[in-house]
Each structure stands twice: as C-alpha cells, then as structure tokens.
Design a protein around this ligand. Structure first.
Ligand SMILES: C[S@@+](CC[C@H](N)C(=O)[O-])C[C@H]1O[C@@H](n2cnc3c(N)ncnc32)[C@H](O)[C@@H]1O
Ligand code: SF4
Length: 335
C-alpha cells in the first residue's frame, strides 16, 4: 500500500473517530459489501448460502459505490457468500479501485485458480483456515481445503498481504499454534474469531461439551502467542476481550452504558443493497436501502446491541474505543 493511500485511509478514520467522540452524525470510514450470498461451499456455521440469492447489477453496484464514496467511506470490504462466484467480480473490484477505496477481499480461495487476475488490484486478502485439513473439511465441507494453501502461497508470491480467519468453536490451542506456524512458514497472518451465534447470517451452535472457561484459557493462550511476536493479525486488546468473555454462547448484548461504533464508524451492505450498522445486526435493525436513501439522515443512531465479541465488529469497535493499541495493530496488518 502506497503512502498517499495510507494517508487517505488514516484521514477518513480520523474524521470518523472525531465524529464518534464528539457525537456528530455518522461518518463511516469503512463499509463491508456482501457482493452475493451465493457460495460454492456450505460451512456448518454459516447461513449465507441459504439466504436471498439475488445480487445487485453492475450498474447498481456503481451507484452504491458512489454513495459510499460520498459518505466518506475509504475502506471497502468485499465479502459474501463467496465473491468469486460472481462472474463480474473483476469489474466490481475495478469499480471499487476507480473510486480509490482501500479494498479488502474475503474468499475461501477454492476457486482462485479460475480467477487469479481478480486479485491484482486488491489491497488485502482475507481467507479461511479452520485448522489442519481434517478439521477444516469437517467444519467447511469435503472440497473446502482443495487448493487453498497453494492459492495463499501464490498470493504471497504476488506480494499480496493475506490474513486467514480461523473460526473458533473448540478450545484447541495446539492446533491454533500449528496454524500460526504454517502461516509463518508461508508468509501470511492468522486471525482468530469466535464462532458467532444467534443472528441471520450464521447457523448452528457450539458443541454441548464446549465450556466458556476452556475457551477463555484458549484466548489467553493466543494473547501470549501474540505478545511473543507470532504471526497473529488479531489485535492484543481484541484477544484480551475474548480471554475475559463470560459466555461464548452469547455473541452480543445490549448494555445501556456502552455505545457501539457500528453505523457511525462502519457499516454493512447486503447483496440487495440494504445497509445495516454491521452484519450481525442484519435481521435485528431496520434496513436502509442505500440505492434510495442517504445513510447520514436515515441512520437512527442506535444499535440493537452495544457489546459483542464478533470478530470484525469487535476489532472495529476497539479502533474507536481503545484507539492507540488497536490502531497500531491495524496499521501493522495493512501497511
Ligand atoms: C461469510 S465468509 C465470506 C468469505 C468466504 N466465503 C470465506 O468463507 O472465506 C467470511 C468469514 O466469516 C466466517 N464465518 C462464517 N460463519 C461464521 C460464524 N458463525 N462465526 C464466525 N465466523 C463465521 C467465515 O469462516 C469466513 O472466514
Ligand atoms: S463461510 Fe464462506 S465459504 Fe463457508 S458457506 Fe459461508 S460464505 Fe461460503
């Protein structure tokens, strides 16, 4: 990432941060846009492949990106479903880059070999690795590991920063450490997020034998690895929150003393162009049709929950609530 791009991103974040702390209206610096709910896999904990399969046309995507740009968004996450399923995904990325967004791209990478050129203009790639090949296949399906490590190695060889997300449903620290070792050998980073429950885009539950106490020990172990300088992208404040989380069967709750930055600092847009404060609030908050309405005037300023341990949302909230340590980690991840 070049210096001017980093400066633009830092400026957008500073405006967002200032607006959040002074109680001004929403100034999101980051948006996640689910380009499709469709997917080539059926992971045990994910509901998106079973949701509305309709997508915006490329013309509508252009209007959406114009809206986000006008809103002050500088970082755009292209998520899914599986974005590589969309035949015109290369054009979607090109439209994003032509508006000078810092573009992150989430993909399971199983289809990487068919579309390697799509990643040329992507700034940061997120993928998924849930453990050794057996564990990964158990949780994500028979073909889910096919070619993934080769695709990551190819992206690393192209000098693309890669972060692999591990969804944590079991307190298996030795397995997590093996993932980190593998990341260090190949040249990427690992991010760990708790399996999140009880919202529209996810499905399933934690195994009955899974104890929050064991999970807290697991997250404390990851924090120690992070502090030892291992290849873990998750920020230290984030790992600290996870290591103190009371009940991993509750991913989010409302505490009137706490203010969530979702909607003000960042937002989520579903494949039909409906915006929500974040992906977790889809189905819980009123959607705002971004093709017709303006987020700044339509966002009511409140969220159904205010505290969560949901991977990306907690990291974003920490950028607003504990900015110094969390921002330093984020910069190391993207620079
Ligand atoms: C929805 S997927 C979209 C990108 C792509 N299809 C993939 O799997 O990498 C984005 C990330 O969310 C994770 N995810 C899905 N369901 C989850 C859940 N219930 N809790 C936590 N993370 C989840 C996936 O493993 C993946 O890393
Ligand atoms: S986690 Fe990703 S790959 Fe798995 S079903 Fe969901 S969208 Fe598809």
């Amino acid at each position: 990432m070049g210096f001017p791009d980093l400066t633009r991103l830092a400026f957008a974040y500073a405006v967002s941060f200032g607006a959040y702390w002074t109680g001004m209206g929403p100034r999101p610096f980051s948006a996640a846009y689910a380009v499709t709910n469709r997917c080539n896999l059926r992971c045990a904990y994910c509901n998106t492949p079973f949701m509305d399969p309709t997508d915006l046309s490329l013309e509508q995507v252009r209007s959406l990106f114009d809206r986000l740009h006008q809103l002050g968004v500088s970082r755009l996450g292209l998520v899914g479903g599986e974005p590589l399923i969309r035949k015109d995904i290369g054009e979607v990325v090109a439209e994003a880059k032509s508006r000078r967004f810092y573009v992150t791209f989430n993909s399971n990478l199983v289809l990487y070999g068919r579309r390697p050129e799509v990643f040329e203009d992507v700034d940061l790639v997120f993928t998924s690795l849930d453990g050794d090949p057996e564990t990964h296949r158990e949780r994500r399906g028979e073909r889910s590991f096919d070619g993934v490590l080769d695709a990551i190695a190819a992206l690393v060889a192209r000098r693309k920063p890669v972060v692999a997300i591990c969804v944590v449903g079991e307190a298996d620290l030795p397995q997590a450490e093996r993932l980190v070792e593998q990341a260090e050998k190949i040249g990427f980073q690992m991010h760990f997020q708790p399996q999140c429950l009880d919202t529209e885009i996810v499905r399933g539950d934690l195994g009955e034998h899974v104890q929050s106490q064991e999970l807290r020990r697991f997250w404390a172990g990851l924090l120690a690895l992070k502090q030892a300088g291992r290849a873990i992208a998750s920020s230290a404040p984030y790992l600290e929150v996870q290591s103190r989380w009371e009940d991993f069967r509750v991913s989010a709750f409302h505490d009137p003393r706490v203010r969530c930055a979702a909607g003000r600092g960042f937002l989520y847009v579903d494949p039909q162009g409906r915006a929500y404060p974040c992906a977790y609030t889809k189905g819980k908050a009123e959607p705002i049709d971004l093709l017709r309405e303006d987020w700044k005037s339509a966002f009511p300023g409140t969220t159904p929950c205010t505290v969560c341990n949901v991977g990306p949302m907690l990291e974003f909230n920490l950028l607003f609530q504990r900015p110094f340590s969390a921002t330093a980690d984020a910069l190391r991840r993207i620079a």
